[in-house]
Write a protein that binds this ligand. Sequence first.
Ligand SMILES: [Zn+2]
Length: 103
Amino acid sequence: MSDIFDDRKKALEEEYFKRKEREAIEKMRAKREEEEQLAAELAATLPCPRCDGRLKEMTYEGIQIDRCTKCNGIWLDAGEMEQLTQKEEGGGFFGRLFRSSSD
Ligand SMILES: [Zn+2]
């Protein structure tokens, strides 16, 4: 009786360890993929001019802007500011900012 129990227990243990092993491999693979993706993202992003963060491209009002993931600074490429001010039809924060800075 104890033999059958031991065999069953052994089988269950083996199954358990096999599953754990598979899970560990899956986790390692997922982690590696995550790291590779992160590295690729990092390579594609620019360093923030203000801090040691990275600029992440995002879309605001249909315009591509670069935003720092650390200090939340927003950086505009040439022409993007004009696009933003045009979109706001002379009003809004960006419009006022652009006009006052060009006076
Ligand atoms: Zn920054």
